[in-house]
Design a protein. Structure first.
Length: 103
């Protein structure tokens, strides 16, 4: 059983990603740092260092630019028991894993 409180996140934020839920899950599973992630119907639970991060799927839609259709996934990330340096480390790894396109 985790030693951190599970009811209230220490930080919560929303983000838009250029992925469908299916693409998000495939990308997540291909990243070695997220191999122990647990998948539920409406969210993902990732144990990270001394805490955890829950990623909730809020809305799956698409962005249309002329005739292009780009998937858009709104998520809420709830961080539990991560210090400032641990948060930075998580987001650095998360953003690198989910970066699309350019440098």
């Amino acid at each position: 059983m985790p030693s951190f409180p599970v009811n209230k996140p220490t930080r919560s934020l929303e983000k838009e990603l250029g992925y469908s839920i299916k693409e998000f899950l495939l990308t997540l599973k291909s990243q070695t740092i997220f191999l122990d992630a647990k998948t539920f119907d409406d969210h993902i639970e990732i144990n990270f260092l001394e805490g955890k991060v829950d990623i909730f799927f809020l809305e799956e839609t698409e962005r249309r630019i002329a005739s292009m259709r780009i998937p858009l996934l709104r998520v809420r990330m709830e961080l539990f028991s991560l210090g400032e340096e641990q948060e930075k480390q998580f987001f650095k790894q998360f953003l690198r894993a989910f970066q699309k396109g350019g440098g």
